[in-house]
Design a protein around this ligand. Structure first.
Ligand code: KG4
Ligand code: ZN
Length: 361
């Protein structure tokens, strides 16, 4: 019988958590002990997807099915532990591609069931936020977080490890989405962000870009106007048969997209009176964003927690890290857990479940 909570110790000093992530094109598994990473495995189908200019959901699901058991086995082996040592299994249950998520969720359920281990359902976005705890194990809320990924862009105020207030968010496209769309217009490969960054290094930010709600719009962002401006600039040049520098366009776009993130994050930290800023999400791997934020935080006297690039983009260590937060709260999932393509930005399974219960009444 599946009865994993019988002897659980929620106060165990350093629980060992296995994290599993399969929301997009990375199949990942990692083991943490407390806030220390013991192993971290990723199998990516990004190069396969690059041929199609984006993620093909069916291909991603198949690749996850091929890889999930292998990455989990490698993660456990490289952590130097046995299956019996695992205290809980944390898995991304949303948001993401439904078919891709289902592979990780189904595997995690079977794995937890077979070993009689507690199961934890992790919101992918909360995972990105929790990556900061692995970078700096002494980190304690309150702090302000900049989240910039392919699906979300927001500034959050972390009141505690589990409670977030959304100070501002994108009104339309996410920052990563804008990087990917602009990359496509410039004929660069998927995923666009790293290619824009590389191309921008050869250019100057001298192409006029629209204003990015700087100083206005509170802590909200809008990326769709910027994206359209770049597309129009390139198309007009093409139609007139005029040449233009892709590197200059990339550099101009990058600085417009990033400067507003940096400015608003620092302003939010000052307004909230926190001493620390953290970042998460794939766009936080951008070198220009990292160096701009470093100098802005230094100038403002703020401590900046900047997780290594590989912990900004999708990985399973961050899922295990958020798993640890939920473990401490005793927020475990049941065997009827299923994947969800979309969930509210900072929700946990518990908040989603209690909202569903309310709406059923
Ligand atoms: O967090 P992530 O790996 O997946 C999501 O949860 O969305 O973020 C992926 C996004 C993509 O849009 C990708 O182009 C962007 O992060 N990205 C970057 C860089 N590396 C990844 N954007 C700008 N510069 C980068 N170096
Ligand atoms: Zn992500």
């Amino acid at each position: 019988m599946y009865n994993p909570l019988e002897n659980i110790d929620l106060h165990k000093p350093e629980p060992i958590i296995l994290g599993i992530e399969s929301s997009c094109d990375e199949t990942a598994a990692a083991v943490i002990k407390g806030r220390k990473i013991l192993s971290d495995e990723i199998a990516s189908s990004a190069s396969l997807q690059a041929e199609y200019g984006g993620v093909v959901p069916e291909l991603a699901s198949r690749a996850h099915t091929d890889e999930v058991a292998k990455v989990v086995e490698r993660a456990v082996k490289n952590a130097g532990i046995t299956y019996a040592d695992i205290d809980a299994v944390a898995v991304t249950y949303g948001a993401g591609l439904l078919g891709a998520l289902l592979v990780g969720v189904s595997f995690a359920k079977a794995f937890a069931y077979a070993l009689n281990k507690p199961l934890i359902a992790v919101n992918h976005i909360r995972g990105h936020l929790a990556a900061a705890y692995l970078d700096s194990p002494d980190l304690q809320p309150p702090f302000v977080t900049l989240l910039a990924s392919g699906g979300h862009t927001a500034i959050l105020y972390a009141k505690s490890e589990s409670e977030f207030e959304i100070l501002g968010a994108t009104l339309d496209d996410a920052a990563g989405e804008a990087f990917d769309k602009v990359a496509r217009v410039l004929g660069l490969k998927y995923p666009g962000g790293p290619h824009i960054e590389r191309t921008a290094q050869e250019g100057e930010a001298n192409v006029p870009m629209p204003k990015m709600l700087k100083g206005g719009g509170g802590y909200n962002f809008s990326y769709s106007g910027l994206k359209t401006a770049v597309i129009n600039y390139c198309h007009t040049k093409d139609q007139k048969g005029e040449s233009y520098s892709k590197a200059d366009v990339a550099a101009s776009f990058q600085s417009a997209a990033v400067d507003v993130l940096v400015e608003k994050t620092v302003a939010a930290a000052k307004e909230k009176g926190v001493a620390t800023v953290t970042v998460g999400g794939g766009v936080a791997a951008n070198g220009y964003l990292r160096s701009s934020l470093q100098s802005a935080c230094k100038k403002a006297g703020l401590r900046l927690i900047l997780p290594e690039k590989r912990y900004c983009t999708d990985n399973a260590a961050m899922i295990a890290s958020e798993g640890l937060v939920q473990y401490r709260l005793g927020n475990f999932a049941k065997m009827d857990l299923t994947a969800k393509a979309s969930i509210p930005l900072a929700a946990t399974l518990e908040t989603v479940q209690s909202r569903a219960a309310k709406s059923e009444k």
